[in-house]
Design a protein around this ligand. Structure first.
Ligand SMILES: [Fe+2]
Length: 386
């Protein structure tokens, strides 16, 4: 690729604070900005962490309401409850603390609490007019990268499909990435969210929108997550490993607004929307199968991914790329993630309808290095049952 070939638009929060213990800075920063009323959006498993932040905020003179309503997969109706909480509290800012679900809800609440637009007005790319409320995100998983990205995903119950809102207004004002917040994440969630972050990096690197700037982030993200995920699944208190995976997750998130993801994510959405397979698990199961399909379209790119995963460099790039894909499958297995769709309760009879549904995710499929038809999607799902 020549630098003269394309235009890159890279977006990121104005402030990214990274490091163990850094979440304790959030309250002072909020108070110092002159804001007085915050809504803290979180989920029941992260309520204790949220209470620490709430106590810090109160001590700093901020009137904070904690809304821990993200107690299930975030849907349009759950989001409406969060929006009502923000309006009730008349907040001047929204803080999201949690995994990707809590952060995505917080982002949309901040954007729509004072807007005349509704969430159905803003599905897709670039529909959101503005965001009037301050927004800061504190991820407790590593992760979706939502704390730095332009994206938010909700399940539209009516259609059984996960839908995305993509907008520069969804990039938070500040992200506090404190690896200590991830220490207590249980192994299966660590594994699934880590594989999601790794998938962001891989899909951003082998992508029609790839750019040297995203390449830099994506490939380093692959290296950081690939070499540390197994350790943090085995030992959640490995501070160095948690920090490396958290940083890799931020790198993956920073690629989402420009390169974004591709067919792995597009094919994963129906598994989440219809069968409630966790997002990271759906990506991990599909990743090797989609990459085997994609490999012929970008063998050099996938060989670089393999090198970042520690595969020895060899002159045959296709063989090297294949070794990288096998290494990914091994990593996923070693992290305890199920390897087959049948292990996830998905019936074989669902393949056709899932393929139809995946083909509607055009905002991601258009980024994929190899064009993918509905028949190809049927084939990939079929292989994921082996
Ligand atoms: Fe993802």
């Amino acid at each position: 690729m020549q630098l003269t070939d394309k235009i890159l638009i890279h977006r990121q929060p104005r402030t990214v604070v990274f490091g163990i213990g850094c979440s304790r800075q959030c309250a002072a920063d909020y108070a110092q900005s002159g804001r007085k009323r915050a809504l803290l959006v979180t989920a029941p498993p992260t309520l204790l962490l949220a209470e620490t932040l709430a106590a810090d905020l109160r001590a700093a003179g901020v009137d904070v309401a904690v809304w821990s309503g993200v107690d299930r997969e975030p849907t349009v109706s759950l989001f409406a409850e969060g929006l009502a909480a923000a309006r009730r509290h008349k907040c001047d800012g929204v803080l999201g603390l949690g995994g990707g679900s809590a952060l995505d809800v917080a982002k949309l609440v901040a954007a729509l609490a004072e807007s005349r637009q509704t969430v159905t007005d803003v599905w897709g790319i670039g529909k959101l007019e503005s965001r009037s409320l301050y927004l800061a995100c504190l991820p407790t998983t590593a992760g979706t990268g939502s704390e730095v990205s332009t994206n938010a995903i909700l399940l539209d119950e009516a259609e059984g499909l996960k839908k995305g809102v993509v907008s520069p207004h969804l990039v938070p004002d500040a992200a506090y990435v404190d690896p200590a917040l991830t220490f207590s994440v249980p192994p299966p969630v660590t594994a699934a969210t880590g594989m999601d972050a790794l998938t962001h990096c891989i899909e951003a690197y082998a992508n029609v929108n790839a750019h040297p700037m995203t390449d830099l982030l994506a490939l380093e993200g692959v290296r950081l997550i690939g070499s540390n995920l197994r350790h943090v699944v085995a030992n959640g208190l490995d501070a160095a490993g948690r920090s490396a995976v958290a940083l890799g997750s931020v790198y993956g998130g920073l690629c989402l607004g420009s390169a974004n993801t591709g067919a792995v994510h597009a094919l994963a959405y129906p598994l989440g929307g219809e069968y409630h397979v966790p997002h990271g698990v759906a990506n991990a199961v599909l990743l090797p199968h989609v990459l085997r399909f994609n490999l012929q379209a970008a063998p050099e790119r996938y060989a670089q991914v393999a090198a970042a995963l520690g595969v020895a460099v060899e002159p045959d790039t296709v063989a090297m790329a294949r070794k990288g894909v096998e290494r990914l499958a091994e990593l996923s297995r070693a992290c305890g993630i199920p390897q087959s769709l049948s292990d996830l309760g998905v019936p074989r009879s669902a393949v056709e309808s899932m393929a139809r549904s995946a083909m509607t995710v055009t905002r991601l499929l258009k980024n994929n290095v190899r064009p993918l038809t509905e028949t190809d999607a049927v084939g990939i799902y079929g292989e994921a049952f082996q």
